[in-house]
Design a protein around this ligand. Structure first.
Ligand code: TXA
Ligand code: MG
Length: 339
């Protein structure tokens, strides 16, 4: 190990990746870049390592983690694939799609990682460094987003180092995350596919393969993701959504070419009105404007289509009431989950 205590951020050189693999095999936590957000990775087969993830994030342990694999074959050793899963991974892996499937018998993944459920959430990240670290560790990695539970996710190595200072052995710097929003979570444990969390893969792309999806929370019969809390991705400042006018004591998160003047500070997610660009900029912009000199952060309306659904989901949760009494109450409709 190097001076990881003082500066845990490392370039993803072959040596650093080998070191990360060794740290992970010894039960330590390493933050890794993915195409969606940074992940706080630990050995998914090691109960102690998984417990450390929950502790580092201060995450309620009823909320299960996503297990990351470097190849499809490794996923088949953990969960039972059906025809829908085969079709989806053939098209979308590696990529921002997480599938919830039944654990196979004798599955090596820690029960704690799945919060004791008989299903597991799995994905193969579309990021070379992430897959290289999984391969170096030689085992699947449990990796929630690398942020304290309930707070804004991280999309750069510097944000990870700041958000989880002193709690991780190493942060591998893969630059800013290309997509910038967490993966889409799809539950395939029942006869109907259920969208548990909108994310980096638009719902429309999945529906083109499977047909219409059920959405958790929109219909009482649909199962919900465990640990789905209404308040999440929270900034310290309150968020004011669908803002049409700017106020002088507010920061403004803008979108598109026509923006109101008069905010104390304005940052545009995408002047061209491009949802992919907006998604990639969202969390870094929330972080940059979350300063006590403003009274609130106003956010312009974002179209509810494609990646816009996932952007709006994160914004609604960031704007939801924060007091602890809400944190174990039933989730809002159109829910994303805690992480
Ligand atoms: O993009 C991502 O998905 C990032 C990167 C690091 O890969 N990871 C991430 O993990 O967002 P996390 O732990 O923050 O979110 C995990 C989500 C939660 O919504 C959780 O409820 C759901 O996956 N989940 C995990 N296991 C599940 C299961 N067995 N059944 C239903 N939902 C599950
Ligand atoms: Mg999260």
């Amino acid at each position: 190990m190097t001076n990881s205590q003082n500066n845990p951020v490392r370039a993803p050189t072959p040596e650093a990746i080998a070191e990360a693999g060794a740290l992970l095999r010894a039960g330590n936590l390493v933050a890794i870049p993915t195409e969606t957000v940074y992940g706080l990775a630990g050995d998914a087969t090691d109960d102690r390592a998984v417990a450390r993830i929950f502790a580092a994030k201060e995450r309620p342990s009823f909320n299960p983690l996503i297990v990351h694999v470097a190849e499809i074959a490794a996923a088949r050793e953990i969960v039972r694939f059906d025809a829908r899963a085969e079709d989806l991974v053939a098209r979308f892996w590696p990529g921002p799609l997480t599938l919830v499937l039944p654990r196979i018998e004798g599955c090596a993944v820690s029960l704690l990682a799945g919060a004791g459920l008989d299903s597991l959430a799995l994905r193969m990240p579309d990021h070379e460094t992430a897959r290289a670290v999984i391969a170096a560790a030689g085992r699947p990695l449990a990796a929630p987003s690398a942020n304290p539970s309930g707070k804004v996710s991280t999309t750069t190595a510097a944000h990870v180092a700041e958000a989880l200072a002193g709690r991780i052995a190493m942060v591998l710097d893969g630059g800013p995350c290309r997509i910038g929003l967490e993966s889409t979570v799809l539950d395939l444990t029942g006869p109907r596919a259920v969208l548990l969390r909108p994310g980096g893969l638009p719902k429309e792309a999945i529906e083109a393969v499977l047909g219409p999806l059920e959405e958790a929370g929109t219909d009482g019969s649909a199962p919900r993701g465990p640990g789905q809390l209404s308040s999440h991705y929270a900034t310290s400042l309150p968020l004011r959504l669908n803002a049409e006018a700017a106020r002088a004591d507010e920061a403004l998160i803008a979108f598109g070419p026509d923006i109101p003047a008069g905010a104390a500070e304005t940052r545009n997610l995408s002047p061209a009105g491009d949802l992919e660009e907006a998604a990639a900029n969202l969390f870094a912009t929330m972080r940059a404007l979350d300063r006590s000199e403003f009274r609130a952060i106003a956010v312009m309306a974002i179209p509810e289509t494609g990646l816009g659904r996932a952007i709006n989901d994160r914004l609604r949760r960031a704007a939801a009431p924060r007091d602890n009494s809400t944190s174990e109450s039933p989730p809002l409709a159109g829910s994303a989950a805690l992480g």
